[in-house]
Design a protein around this ligand. Sequence first.
Ligand code: SF4
Length: 921
Amino acid sequence: MKPPSPTEVKSTCCYCGVGCGVIIETDGAGITGVRGDPDHPANFGKLCSKGSTLHLTQRPALRNSRLLHPELRTARNVPRARTTWDDALDYSVMRFRKIIEEHGPDAVAFYISGQMLTEDYYVFNKLAKGLIGTNNIDSNSRLCMSSAVAGYKQTLGADAPPCSYEDIEEAQCLFIAGSNTAYAHPILYRRIEAAKASRPEMRVIVVDPRKTETAREADLHLAILPGTDVALFNGMLHVLLWEDLIDRNFITAHTEGFEALKASVREFTPKAVAEICGISEADLVLAAQWFGESAATLSLYCQGLNQSTSGTAKNAALINLHLATGQIGRPGAGPFSLTGQPNAMGGREVGGMANLLSGHRDLSNAEHRAQVARHWGVEAVPALPGKTAVELFEGLRTKAIHAVWIACTNPAQSMPYQAAVHEALRNAEFVVVQEAYRNTETTWYADVLLPAASWGEKEGTVTNSERRISRVRAAVPAPGKARPDWEIARDFAKKLEARLRPGKPSLFAYDSTESVWMEHRESTRGRDLDITGLTYAKLEAGPQQWPFLPGQAQGKARLYEDGRFATPTGKARFVVTPYRPVAEAVDAHYPFRLTTGRLRDQWHGMTRTGTVAQLFNHAPEPAIGMHPQDLDRRGFAAGDLLRLESRRGNVYVMAAADDSLRLGQVYLPMHWGARFLGGRDIYGVNSLTVPAFDKDSKQPELKHAAVRITRAELPWRLAVFSHAHFGSAASLLDSLTPLLHEFAFASVVLFGREEEGVLLRLADKLAPSLQAIEDIDRRFGLAQSDVLRYDDARRGVGRRVNILHGKLNGVRLSGDSAQLAAEAWLKEWLICAEPVSAIRRFLLAPTAVAPAGFVSAGKVVCSCLNVTDSQITSALVQITGSAAQRVQTLQSTLRCGTNCGSCLPEVRRMVESVSAEVAFS
Ligand code: SF4
């Protein structure tokens, strides 16, 4: 591995909570490459498909997508105009101050992000709770991890994941619940693959309603019905008790509350639980036996447990299993919550949520509030709990909250019940949005738009899932006038405090991220996450886990090894966890269970990954996964445009056959917001989801909603696709945003690789005017005189074909759905840059059917090296040997899976399915 040179900077990936170390390569002006940091203990040099394309999100061609200058509007009916930092912040101070004077401090709110660095979080939290005097500051981590926080605190006494990634190498049984680790935490999954390869006897159990790539590779997959996890865990405890697989010594010495729990799980017999969960009794019993008999059981869990109205109970019920079997505080054992975002942990450490305070303190604790007030040098921290995410936007909608400052997150995409969130942002008296990107669903509503520095441009620290603090470093200057988030918050705070506490020394006298971090460090003294032995200088030498006490050479890899927990008695607490079903039951009107989840190559609302065409190739367009029999029964076929409707909204989306689902379940990836999946009054996938939340964690149930599905009655269709000029596909995509709301259905995506393109689909009840279609043609370079044209006004059919240097460069097809039949093969022809001479006569025939002999290149499996499923299937015909040998041969011939490895589970599945076919024949 090449050592870093002066033009290389070590930093951390900005996507998921694995927290991989990266080496950013620069040419001095811009970021030119990225590779994994071989010295970082989270990834040892590996990166997944998202991390290894980070440099592509910083290409000069994407500068138009960045927000480069502060912008301001003084009235809603005028467009924002470019302004200076001073004017933008002075105006924001004036509006915030006026609202606070008129309505009190709780009339303003902040909504921040697990994407922020710890230092950013710290300053915002002090600004809201210390200076303004409101606890109305919540984070998108509320949608991600708040149930894990509540679960840890209820049982173990502190919000501290007790394990490390190295426990994967020590575990004898891996219990993965509500986590498609192969997609959501790919580099961690590489470690699981390696552990399983070196120790095939390690048992892997996966609990997931879908047969995900992670579930397909498990030794035992419990495909429970959505939301029934608590019943499953209670049932497993029932079996553990029945079979005497509990650790009575551990329970007696280190826990309390076991008798009450024991009594509560009596009714969770295997028969009853199998019925509730929709699994076999035998599988339930086997899972409990493997969990209890194993010398070391490690649980890995994520949003499947957290994003639920029973999220806290699900977390606590799983931790109950660990405590009952003594599977905690030992190598390879423990309940290990995987964080979704890169710095959800850092946000929790500084108390950057409506119910938390710095240093893992609780807002509800008067002594904690007094400690933090002393630390900050303010009179008091308010006692009234702040509004959590769903409550905060509901407060805006009902005008109980008048102003909101949103930083580094996109609630108009990611919150449930989007119609209400968009109404909230429309109703708000004053909206500040601090963002790196110009066009997000949330920036549409900003009165003041503040340009923020992004990954590769800012300094600070993040904490990953295993409590490991890593440095984030700037490799290049931020573009335009963009500035780091902590600096923006500091300067706003200084201007505001000059008004609120004139003449007093500043609470925000920070001159660097280190100065912020040192104050945060001091707030941890004596707490469970004490890092007073750590310094920025020590972090320069490498990342470290907390706690890290003075005099120590390194942090603590594993917590609770001495059996002492962070409760007042030192004993862990069993929690009685009654089973409650999901908030929204299916019924005759809404008969399908919708679950949401992640794609392999996209991240959250796609603000960043949605700028790179390569990252669309594995899952090119929004699609609703349905069991093939459900498609048949309803008379649908893959590719049909369907209407999904919940009690809160609807979306139109194409059907896809998906055998990973049970009958009656459907699946939509969470990423597609209104910028990609729109239509009149349609706000992407979260148009459908439920705002009901867990009573303890206040985390909403994004994982389940009841929907009905009908065929879209939208006879007029249009599909247009084209290479984008000068590599500016993302700019073209952004420019189409207003158009997406003019039609009943609209979707837009990127496609291609080196040469990127944009595909726009529209559908409506009636055809729009010819001018409207011409306007679309113009945007896609299809209005020039040399473009080939076919029009049949009587049938309302139209076609445009742009040929450049003998190759297809752009195509528009419109009319009824039959007119779009040629779209798939024409798009492939365009992407493959095949000469147009062979198809010229088809292009303007009444129906542009594919030429005889046309064979589709297939769907991309390996997005790094552009290897498709057709190539893999063809190659497998020639390859013999064991499954592992055939995977190796595929890797040496086609090279799939040899770069980041994210596609390896899918490659293995293809190898297995070919083996199964051969065996069957
Ligand atoms: Fe980034 Fe992938 Fe590592 Fe997550 S697993 S931190 S997305 S490289």
